[in-house]
Design a protein around this ligand. Structure first.
Ligand code: AMP
Length: 171
């Protein structure tokens, strides 16, 4: 299935110069959504995944459905202050300033094999923060999966040494 044809480009969103990859048409097409999830699932089928980590908001959509499909648990990564129990935190660079993500410190057991999932790999900053969080808690990053990779932003370089997979890439 040609997934690229169902992703909509929105120029100058959220600010001038950014071409936003709008995945909502893919989500509302059950054949396309299912096909994307099944392709990710089969790529990591032999990777002995124990858990999937996804960050709000679009990482929740792909991550939780993929976890269901693969028969593994899902761990949400959230913006600071949202999770109710004790958390671990990792900070990452934005264009201006920094941001951070948190996960519950008891969400990952030492040695568990974790797959990180998100919709878009851009600069790799948020995915890098997730790898640090998982490793801080003793988890092993077994893979990093994206629906879309914007190769011209070089995010893969920030994830060197990890098993990075994307279904669609834009040069
Ligand atoms: P990154 O720069 O790789 O840390 O990307 C940060 C987050 O912003 C990712 O989780 C993406 O979902 C989102 N993002 C970055 N660039 C785009 C884009 N061009 N279109 C849609 N989402 C994007």
């Amino acid at each position: 299935m040609n997934l690229k044809s169902i992703i909509r480009d929105i120029p100058d969103f959220p600010k001038p110069g950014i071409v936003f990859k709008d995945i909502t048409p893919l989500l509302s097409d059950h054949t396309a959504f299912r096909s994307a999830i099944q392709d990710m699932s089969s790529h990591f089928a032999d990777s002995s995944i124990d858990l999937i980590v996804g960050a709000e908001a679009r990482g929740f959509i792909f991550g939780s459905v993929l976890a269901y499909e693969m028969g593994v648990g899902f761990v949400p990564a959230r913006k600071p202050g949202k999770l109710p129990h004790r958390t671990a935190n990792a900070t990452y660079e934005l264009e201006y300033g920094t941001d951070s993500l948190e996960i519950h410190e008891d969400a990952i057991e030492r040695g568990q094999r974790v797959l990180i999932v998100d919709d878009v790999l851009a600069t790799g900053g948020t995915a890098g923060a997730k790898t640090r969080l998982i490793e801080k808690l003793g988890g092993q990053v077994a893979g990093v999966a994206f629906l879309i990779e914007l190769t011209f932003l070089g995010g893969r370089d920030k994830l060197e040494g990890y098993n990075v997979f994307s279904l669609i890439s834009y040069e």
